[in-house]
Design a protein around this ligand. Sequence first.
Ligand code: PLP
Length: 458
Amino acid sequence: MTSDPLRAQFPALVSRPGHPAPVYLDSACMSLVPRPVLRAMEEYYTEYPGCAGRSLHRFAQEVGRRYEESRAAFARFLGRGDPNGVVFVRNATEALNLVAQGLDWKSGERVLISDREHNSNLIVWQRLAAERGVRIEVLELPDDGAFDGDALDSALAKGVRLVSLFHTSNLDGRTLPVREITERAHYRGARVLFDGCQAVPHERVDLDRIGADYYALSAHKMLGPTGFGVLAGTPETLAELRPLLVGGETVEWSTLTEHRLRPPPHRFEAGLQNYAGAIGAHAAIDFLEHVGFDEVGRRQRAVNDRISSALSGEKRVHPIGPTDPARRPSLFAFTVDGVDPHDVAIFLDEGYRVMVRSGMHCVHSFYARRGIPGNVRASFYLYNDRSDADALVRGVTELLDRVPGAPLSGTSAGTVVSSPRPGRGPPRAVGSTGAAARSAPPRRRAARGRAASAAGSG
Ligand SMILES: Cc1ncc(COP(=O)(O)O)c(C=O)c1O
């Protein structure tokens, strides 16, 4: 049993007979869900399981009220004055697609992205480039986490219609200066879209202060349920978008030949909605606000500092991104010379119950350019503590002992090397060092070959 009352709120962290508590270091992929969120969703299905905006009975009235309360809560949480600027979607990917595909692009217009965007903020632009002649400009970001405002200005000077960047990176944990970016972009007449997936769970985001035109997030990275996300805009910027889907709930009226769309945000929420998701996500932001972002930051920084300093002396461990953990507070991404990232992940899980993510983290473009098969990523959240940090460090240290090898050059992700198969697609995350790692299984349990199932995953 955990003695930390906050950790005790997360059923997935509680040990059960035969199932000792896991060491969960994969919150950048998906965070754990606390009891109040689970309770709120169960209450919806047990106490008022209706659909909003259709029937007039009490279940329907109650869910309608709670659904709009969730919208108002998100507007407050994100510092957006008008709840009508909050659109409920399935996830950040849908929010990004809604902006990208919803704007009326003309051939030759430019979008500016960075060189390390999640596929959700890349593929949609590649499609628009192919189908509508949109031009993709790429802002190169220095590996050390610095930001060059002049480089942004030079890119903007070409005439950019939309700047679409991550707020915090899922690859190396750096945070971009979003207010400065918005000011520079607006000065040049560009609109700004931020992918806020990795920022909103960890810091107070005040959209009216930042001035962003569009902001995307997923609830499952911030203690909420899967399948629920938000596109936050303003009623004006949202009105510039064509809905991705139309149908029930999106119209004020229709005849056999015509219809009139409702104003934003409802015109974007087609069909029966994820009410349990909206209600659960509202409970998640209440939980976060109750704990407070100062405490969230304090807890995850303590874990990150401990890991970063313990592994800093290991010559075969190469952190990715800023060296200072204060500049990547929610994650520690690294490569291990001589060991495939998937093998590191399997070794840690099998031997230490440490769950990390390995591979390319849906940023394949970054690895393809460098010709490396990916890396390991440990990511932190408010429920992690020093015992989690120590388990990771013990696991990595044992792995280094068991799979000997001199430091290799060129395996650090900071080093750009040519692709092994130029022009023939990205390098594959094969278990090249799998044999070595698996022939040296962790002390507690023999490792099974699992890398194949994760190879190539994002
Ligand atoms: C930075 C970033 N952007 C976008 C996404 C996509 O989020 P979702 O799959 O919830 O749409 C993720 C998810 O890992 C992410 O980390």
